[in-house]
Design a protein around this ligand. Structure first.
Ligand code: ADP
Ligand code: MG
Length: 686
């Protein structure tokens, strides 16, 4: 099958094509892979007598009455009878041709959902067609119902898919033998026909939830195409060069050693291992693309520090970006503290650095300052590096692939690319990591710094807030510090800030002896920084905050956290927030305040939080409760948007995919990539 643009199909003009494109439907293969959300069974007629309310049925009979009722608006009402009974059809809106069709004596076929009305069985807005004296034969397969959008109607999609399916017969049968070996002995054509036009006895549930052999056949091929794409990308990448730190490797090791000795603590075994992995990567001329996964508090920043030091020793610049101002500012302080004693210059750039300060930062970056810390501002247009050799993205699940590439490409010169280190605390279940991050090498920090005790977690109704405040008073009296987190669910910084402000005032009133601070997204950068610095220094004992503190914030003396509205947060967000405490050697605690009554899902989430502090277990549970799209974050899915496959459901196919990929010819590989991923320029990324 050679793919065509949809504009070559009947009934697709420029305007329609544009609307289709907005749904991601551009080529013939796109509509073929646009799967139904449900099916309608029009293969049989149901005698009216045996039809039940709630059922979707097709009936055939004669119109015995029609009238228009004038209530609030015009309503068309018709009665259809067969030999066994009668049904009322109601149309709250109708066209003249519907009214003409439903005249007395006309034979009609109607499909709709039945319900009980005042006058017996009725259907609202059924789909009706007039049938003559000799009714046309019933279809032999079920009718598919597709996801639609404004301007792309169901009948239009059906027509396009029909055309595409009919052309399939004349196509080739790529891979039939291979898939036989994969125990999915069905050609892609058979699979597509099965999914779009199942027979009346097919397992519809399996077709919809994707466990049907036909859907599985499509999923395996899609996963295979992705796998092959990644392998292709790796080949392309092999032609790129990174600044080779080979000659300077000894020097880099030595400086990294000095850096580690200056830390004031012993790196964990996991940190040492991962640091060596990174150092040996960047001693290659092949650009490093490494993902560092480590649970909250596992000490990823130290690894980043060692990499930066090694890069500086080799005479190239490093850029570190973080998703929030707050976290980036914290990195700035950390790196200044670690690196300035080694004689390295650390430059700060965020969107809030303006005027002369911005000019200064930009010119330092251009003149080759060794270390640049910042936010999104770093990959925006006017920033030009002298020699960017290492790009580090912290909390990378908060960024899109394009943002990662935008930063890396700042260090591009011809075929030269910088090394890339991406770090995340959002653990990805092993089953997903392989596919979601295929193409990245993965390092795991699987050890927490010594002396950490798991955070004790309790869930409490917010009605017991007074008790919680009392406990807070006792903890703070011992000299420890605490967070009070007020997440609001509305997507508004302003509302969230207001709620936090109100809560801070209440708490200050209830705890007059306590120094209370407040931080939220609407504060000016300098003010935020000042509050954080005072909390860090222990001048403030209680920090009321919005979810701006969710990522990265590190104040080891803080050992108690209260989270309001906990029932409305997802597992990974709760885990991230809770990770702000338990970073010192004190026993830490987390109180999840919820508003009763708890829904079933919320109850399960809080239960998981109480039972474990292991990020991987939490991620697996999250996957179970939510599905992979959300676990990986919506932005993340840009990296692995599947049409049919579902990594949660199809994890067991992945191994087979790897086996299948062995020994495929270049032609077949081309065909598969073209079919599922599109033309080459659409997928090449580095
Ligand atoms: P994360 O992996 O969540 O980014 P951080 O890098 O912020 O973790 O480290 C968490 C805290 O643990 C920091 O205060 C850091 O200084 C400290 N830390 C990191 N490594 C060690 C270690 N090996 N021993 C003791 N403390 C450490
Ligand atoms: Mg961190």
């Amino acid at each position: 099958m050679t793919d065509r643009a949809l504009t070559e199909l009947k009934g697709v003009g420029a305007k329609v094509a544009e609307r289709l494109a907005s749904m991601g439907l551009v080529r013939e293969s796109d509509v073929l892979f646009h799967l139904p959300i449900r099916y309608e069974d029009r293969t049989r007629l149901t005698p009216i007598q045996s039809a039940r309310p709630g059922q979707w049925v097709q009936i055939e009979g004669t119109v015995i009455d029609q009238h228009i009722r004038y209530a609030r608006s015009r309503m068309l009402i018709a009665t259809v009878a067969d030999d066994t009974g009668q049904v009322i059809l109601r149309f709250f809106r109708f066209y003249p041709n519907q009214q003409r069709m439903l005249t007395e004596g006309q034979r009609v076929r109607c499909f709709g959902q039945l319900r009980w009305g005042n006058a017996g069985l009725e259907m609202a807005h059924p789909q009706c067609a007039a049938v003559g004296a000799t009714p046309p034969p019933l279809p032999t397969h079920l009718s598919a119902v597709y996801p639609t959008c404004q301007g792309v109607s169901q009948p239009l999609l059906r027509r396009l898919i029909e055309q595409a399916l009919d052309r399939l017969d004349h196509g080739d049968l790529v891979l039939a033998e291979l898939l036989e070996a994969a125990k999915a002995p069905m050609s892609i054509h058979q699979a597509l026909k099965r999914v779009h036009r199942p027979g009346p006895d097919d397992d519809l549930e399996a077709l919809i939830d994707g466990t049907h052999p036909a859907t599985q056949r499509l999923a395996i091929e899609e996963l295979l195409a992705h796998h092959l794409t990644i392998a292709r990308q790796n080949q392309v990448r092999a032609r790129y060069q990174a600044p080779a730190l080979v000659n300077e490797a000894d020097q880099a090791q030595a400086l990294a050693q000095r850096f580690l000795e200056g830390l004031g603590f012993e790196p964990t075994g996991a940190q040492q291992r991962v640091i060596q992995e990174v150092l040996s990567d960047i001693a290659q001329t092949q650009p490093m693309r490494r993902l560092l996964q480590g649970d909250v508090g596992s000490g990823k920043t130290v690894v980043a520090g060692a990499a930066v030091v090694a890069a500086a020793a080799a005479g190239v610049q490093s850029a570190i970006i973080a998703p929030t101002e707050l976290l980036a500012e914290q990195h700035l302080r950390t790196f200044q503290q670690w690196l300035e004693p080694l004689g390295l210059e650390v430059v700060w750039l965020s969107g809030k650095v303006t005027g002369q300060a911005r000019q200064n930062a930009l010119s330092k970056i251009e003149q080759g300052a060794e270390v640049i810390v910042g936010t999104h501002a770093l990959f925006q247009a006017p920033v030009a590096f002298d020699r960017l050799g290492l790009a580090i993205i912290d909390e990378q699940h908060r960024f899109g692939v394009h943002q990662r590439l935008a930063l890396a490409s700042k260090g591009r010169a011809g075929t030269r690319w910088p090394h890339q280190l991406v770090m995340t605390a959002t653990p990805i279940p092993r089953t997903l990591a392989m596919t979601a991050y295929a193409g990245l090498d993965v390092s795991i920090l699987d050890e927490l710094p010594p002396g950490r005790k798991p955070v004790t977690t309790v869930a409490m109704s917010q009605q017991r807030r007074d008790e919680v405040i009392e406990r807070l008073r006792q903890v703070l009296a011992t000299g420890r510090q605490a967070y009070w987190v007020c997440p609001l669910i509305e997507e508004s910084d302003a509302l969230e800030a207001d709620a936090a402000e109100t809560r801070a005032q209440e708490l200050a009133k209830a705890l007059p002896e306590v120094a209370v601070g407040l931080v939220h997204g609407r504060l000016k950068s300098a003010d935020k920084q000042a509050v954080m610095a005072r909390f860090s220094a222990g001048e403030l004992s209680l920090l009321v905050a919005t979810t701006v503190i969710e990522v990265g914030v590190d104040v080891p003396n803080a050992s108690l956290m209260m989270i309001e509205n906990a029932e409305r947060l997802g597992l990974s967000q709760l885990h991230q927030l809770r990770g702000r405490v338990g970073r010192g050697s004190d026993q830490a605690a987390c109180v999840l305040l919820y508003k009763p009554p708890l829904g079933e899902l919320a109850q399960q989430r809080l239960e998981v939080m109480r039972e474990t502090t292991d990020g991987f277990v939490i991620a697996e549970k999250d996957l179970e409760l939510r599905g992979p799209g959300e676990v990986l974050g919506t932005r993340q899915t840009g990296m692995m948007r599947f049409r049919i496959a579902d990594l949660g459901r199809d994890a067991d196919l992945i191994e087979r995919v790897h086996a299948l990929a062995q020994g495929l010819s270049a032609t077949v590989t081309d065909q598969l990539i073209e079919r599922w991923i599109g033309p080459a320029e659409a997928y090449i990324e580095v």
